[in-house]
Write a protein that binds this ligand. Structure first.
Ligand code: F0G
Length: 455
């Protein structure tokens, strides 16, 4: 088959600034060996996140001029509400400024200290918001989901047996079950329709609602279309509609499959939690018809949600991750297989087999990619998910991954080719890569702001 091309052409460009290795050594040192502290203009290829970083379309920019900035009852709110109701089949829509705000508003209305919330894998803000309230956040992804090399078409699936035994033993403490599509923390891996359906039925049997974290619902739907029997010829909007049909509510970071730079929302099937949610929204975010966003943001999202479900776009989108995976395979670099929707996750333990976990191999690899080629990825390992305990000892994460997450519609194939070359060079020089120790850290979400030194 021919090369699968980007299904768009470029109408507006933003130059990137070249740097030398000597520049980058100095810049990383000034950033206390934490790539979150770099200035973006000192990064050549910014694959820190796919969140809010994509390129909007000319249609979206056009829609921005239509924004109704009224405080209450803006036209833009009703336009977006209709789009979201059509996509999700859920009647109640509550806008927030991004995903974690949706989580905070919903959890504040529904959870209390001592509760337990199961998920395939909680994203870091989801876990952070729950733990901050004294709620236990449990990850119950299937075993394959934690094995980088094991092939499975739906590595994001939740382990239904473990979910059921939890419902039996801790049922009284569970306000709802969650499911993250795609499973970001586990490698951007999809959840099958069969798993969503079965989990929803299981929760129902125990009288519990299902709340989905749907940041990447369109990518998940495309994986279902490509991999799950019976969906080969189903249009994406229909797959999406079925996915949502099993849920009672959802939180969304529109900065992903909403194709916008800022935005989020909650959707709910019944009005049971609605008053609590809207009251919290007014305190934390804004009036219910804008929820922390400008009218123009609501307009851009109404267009972006539809563009994010276009099949040509999604086919190209999943292919970019797969393509980089093929290049890494050829270079002998291990990564989470198969590649996920929005990112490639390099298995740092396989690149740095001799580095002790206490020296944070994924963090070290992340730094090396920046030094070698100006590429910024993110560590998903023991800095992000480990903890320093009161007695000074540490807990570690089960995987040491470096995530290269791709902004939507932004980088072309030559950027990917360049990155593959850089990664191969880093692998060849693995013996010279240095680990780090953490010299300063906050209590929650330490990866964002911690300071490090070479060990
Ligand atoms: N849930 C998932 C699965 C996410 O990936 C994110 C964000 C959120 C919730 C929170 O949304 O950023 O709008 O507040 N993930 C980004 C990332 C930050 O880089 O993966 P937010």
């Amino acid at each position: 088959p021919k090369t699968l091309i980007e299904p768009f052409r470029i109408k507006s460009v933003e130059p990137i600034r070249m740097t030398t290795r000597a520049d980058r050594e100095r810049l990383l040192q000034e950033a206390h060996l934490n790539v979150f502290k770099l200035r973006a203009e000192d990064v050549l290829i910014d694959w820190l996140t796919d969140s809010g970083t994509g390129a909007m379309s000319s249609r979206q920019w056009g829609a921005i001029m239509e924004g109704d900035e009224s405080y209450a009852g803006a036209r833009s709110y009703y336009r977006l509400e209709k789009v979201i109701q059509d996509i999700t089949g859920m009647p109640h829509f509550v806008p927030t400024h991004q995903g974690r705000a949706a989580e905070k508003v919903l959890f504040s209305a529904v959870c209390k200290a001592g509760d337990v919330v199961p998920n395939n894998c909680h994203f870091d803000t989801t876990r952070g918001n729950l733990e901050f309230m004294g709620v236990t956040a449990l990850d119950l992804v299937i075993a394959e989901g934690l094995q980088p090399a094991t092939l499975h078409p739906f590595k994001g699936n939740i382990d239904l047996e473990r979910a059921e035994s939890l419902l039996k033993s801790e049922g009284a403490r569970i306000p709802f079950g969650m499911l993250t599509v795609t499973n970001n923390t586990g490698g951007g891996q999809p959840v099958s329709m069969a798993n969503i359906r079965a989990y929803s039925q299981l929760l129902k049997k125990y009288g519990k609602p299902l709340v989905m974290d749907v940041c990447r619902f369109a990518e998940n739907a495309m994986f279902i279309k490509m991999r799950e029997a019976g969906y080969e010829n189903t249009p994406i909007p229909e797959i999406v509609r079925e996915m949502f049909s099993y849920a009672d509510g959802a939180t969304m970071s529109a900065k992903k499959d909403g194709m916008v730079n800022i935005g989020g929302f909650i959707v709910l099937r019944t009005d049971e939690w609605l008053d609590g949610v809207r009251n919290g929204l007014i305190m934390m975010e804004g009036f219910p018809t804008y929820g922390g966003l400008a009218g123009r943001d609501l307009e851009a999202l109404a267009v972006g949600l539809q563009e994010g479900m276009e099949e040509d776009y999604l086919r190209y989108r999943l292919r970019t991750a797969e393509y980089l995976g093929e290049r890494l395979e050829a270079a002998g670099v291990n990564f989470v297989k198969p590649t996920g929707g929005h990112a490639v996750y390099i298995d740092a333990r396989s690149v740095l087999p001799d580095m002790p976990i206490a020296h944070y191999p994924a963090w070290a690899l992340c730094n090396a990619l920046y030094l070698e080629g100006g590429i910024r990825g993110v560590e998903i390992g023991s800095v992000m998910f480990g903890k320093r305990l009161e007695d000074g000892t540490e807990t570690f994460h089960s995987m040491e991954l470096v995530r290269l997450a791709f902004p939507r519609r932004m980088y072309t194939q030559s950027h990917f080719d360049y990155a593959a070359e850089v990664i191969a060079e880093v692998k060849d020089r693995a013996a010279s890569i240095r680990g780090v120790k953490i010299t300063k850290q906050p209590k929650f979400l330490r990866h964002f702001t911690c300071e490090c030194a070479w060990v």
